[in-house]
Design a binder for this molecule. Structure first.
Ligand code: NAD
Ligand code: MG
Length: 399
C-alpha cells in the first residue's frame, strides 16, 4: 500500500480524491491530510480515514481540531507549522502527494514534495504557472514522478506515447510526431451572454459553471477563461510545448477533455463525463485502470459536439495569459498573483467582473519581464504584485 498525502483535502479535488480512495481501499493508506480551516469537515475525514497526521494552516483551527479529536478518542497528530509540514512531506511517511491546495498557497508544499522525489499528482496548476522552469528543473533533479490531474492535461497525457509520458517537462513533441496540442475549454457560463451585460455579472452567476462542479476560485477563472490561460501555461511546461504547438478550442459540451494532433493528421481525443474523479482515478491507478465511480458516457443521450475559436473581446484574461506565457517567468508569476487578488475582490463584491482583466493588465504593465532565478525571488515578485493589485483596488476600483 502506498502512503498518500492529500493537500487541500477539504476542497473539491480533495473530495473527489477521497471518493476514489474509498472505491479502491486496497491502493492507498491516507497518512496526511492538509487544509486551511474547515475543522468540522476535517474531523469527519479523520473519523473515516484515520490519517496519522493532519495539518491546518490556521492555528486557531488546529487548536480546535486537537480538542475535538481528543474528545472523540482519535489519535492523530495535528500540525499548524509550515516547516513541520514541509519536513513531513519529505519523510518516509509519504510516498505520493495529491497537490490540491488552491492558488499560490500550494507552491511551497508542492515544491517540497517535488524536491523530495515523491510521486506528485498535480492539480494545483497555479504552483506550476508561478514557478515554471524552476518547477520542471526540480522535477528533473529529484526524479519525482509528475502526473497531471487537471482534466485537460490528463487527457493530453493519455493521448501521448509512453516515450512522451515518461519525459514530462522535457519531452520532445515533434520528435514523437506531435504537431499540436488542442486544449479544449467550455467557455464557461457566459459564452452566449451579451458583452454589454458583463459589468453587472454577480459572483453567484460566475461560480455557476454549466458542466463542472468546482471550488469558487477556479469557477470564476473558468468564467473569465483565465483558467484556460493558466492551463495554456501549464501545458507549455508539462509538455515542453512552443507557441505553434498549443491551440485553444472552445467545446461547450465538455465531453472531449483535450486532444493531440499528430503529423499524419490523426487526432487522439480523451472523452468522458465531466467529473474530476476520472482523471483522479487515472493518476491514482498509475499503471492500471481503476474504478472512478463515474457513469459511462451515454453517446445516444449526448448533445451534439460543437467547436469554435475563443473570442478575446469576451475573454481578455485568456489573451493576457497567452501573451504572458512566452514573455518570461516574471510575467506569469505576476499574472497569477494579480488574478488571485482580483478574483478574491470580485467574490467580495469589491470590484466588478470586467475589472478582473483590467486589474491584471494594469499590474502586468507595471513590471518589465525578467527571468526568475530562485524560489525566494519568485515569492518576492508574487508579494509585490499582490500589493500593487490591492493598492489599485483601494485607489481606483472599490465599488
Ligand atoms: P477548493 O477551494 O474547493 O479547495 C481548496 C483546498 O485548499 C481546501 O481544502 C482548502 O482548505 C485548502 N487551502 C486553501 N488555502 C490553504 C493553505 N494556505 N494551506 C493549506 N490548505 C489550503 O479548490 P479546488 O476546486 O479543489 O481546487 C484545488 C486546486 O485544483 C486548484 O489549484 C485548482 O485550480 C485545481 N483544479 C481544480 C479542479 C476542480 O474541478 N475543482 C479541476 C482542475 C484543477
Ligand atoms: Mg482544467
Amino acid at each position: 500500500m502506498k502512503k498518500l498525502a492529500i493537500l487541500g483535502a477539504t476542497g473539491s479535488i480533495g473530495d473527489s480524491t477521497l471518493s476514489v480512495c474509498r472505491s479502491n481501499p486496497e491502493l492507498y493508506r491516507v497518512t496526511l491530510l492538509a487544509a486551511s480551516s474547515s475543522v468540522d469537515k476535517m474531523l469527519r475525514l479523520c473519523r473515516e480515514f484515520t490519517p496519522l497526521y493532519v495539518s491546518m494552516s490556521s492555528t486557531i483551527a488546529a487548536e480546535k481540531l486537537r480538542s475535538l479529536l481528543k474528545r472523540d478518542n482519535l489519535s492523530c497528530h495535528v500540525l499548524d507549522d509550515e516547516q513541520e509540514l514541509l519536513q513531513l512531506l519529505a519523510s518516509d511517511q509519504v510516498d505520493s502527494v495529491m497537490a490540491a491546495i488552491v492558488g499560490a498557497a500550494g507552491l511551497k508544499t508542492t515544491l517540497a514534495a517535488v524536491n523530495a522525489g515523491k510521486e506528485i499528482f498535480l492539480a494545483n496548476k497555479e504552483a506550476l504557472v508561478m514557478s515554471g522552469a524552476l518547477f520542471i528543473d526540480a522535477v528533473k533533479k529529484s526524479g519525482a514522478k509528475l502526473w497531471p490531474v487537471d482534466s485537460e492535461h490528463n487527457a493530453i497525457y493519455q493521448a501521448l506515447s509512453p516515450q512522451l509520458q515518461n519525459t514530462i517537462g522535457v519531452c520532445d513533441l515533434s520528435g514523437e510526431g506531435v504537431s499540436k496540442i488542442l486544449l479544449t475549454g467550455s467557455g464557461g457560463p457566459f459564452l452566449e451572454k451579451p458583452l454589454t451585460e458583463f459589468a453587472a455579472i454577480t459572483p453567484e452567476q460566475a461560480v455557476k459553471h454549466p458542466n463542472w462542479s468546482m471550488g469558487k476560485k477556479i469557477s470564476v477563472d473558468s468564467a473569465t477563461m483565465m483558467n484556460k490561460g493558466l492551463e495554456y501555461i501549464e501545458a507549455r511546461w508539462l509538455f515542453n510545448a512552443n507557441k505553434e504547438q498549443l491551440q485553444i478550442i472552445i467545446h461547450p459540451q465538455s465531453v472531449i477533455h483535450s486532444m493531440v494532433q499528430y503529423k499524419d493528421g490523426s487526432v487522439i481525443a480523451q472523452m468522458g463525463n465531466p467529473n474530476m474523479r476520472i482523471p483522479i482515478a487515472y493518476v491514482l491507478g498509475g499503471e492500471q485502470r481503476i474504478q472512478s465511480g463515474v457513469d459511462f458516457l451515454d453517446f445516444f443521450a449526448a448533445p451534439d459536439f460543437s467547436f469554435s475559436a475563443p473570442d478575446f473581446d469576451r475573454y481578455p484574461c485568456l489573451k493576457l495569459a497567452i501573451d504572458a506565457c512566452f514573455e518570461g517567468q516574471q510575467s506569469t508569476t505576476i499574472l497569477n498573483a494579480a488574478n488571485e487578488i482580483a478574483v478574491e475582490a470580485f467574490l467580495n463584491q469589491s470590484i466588478k467582473f470586467t475589472q478582473i482583466s483590467q486589474l491584471v493588465e494594469r499590474v502586468l504593465n507595471q513590471y518589465e519581464s525578467a527571468t526568475i532565478e530562485s524560489v525566494d525571488h519568485l515569492l518576492e515578485i508574487d508579494t509585490q504584485a499582490r500589493l500593487s493589485a490591492s493598492e489599485i483596488i483601494k485607489r481606483d476600483y472599490l465599488c
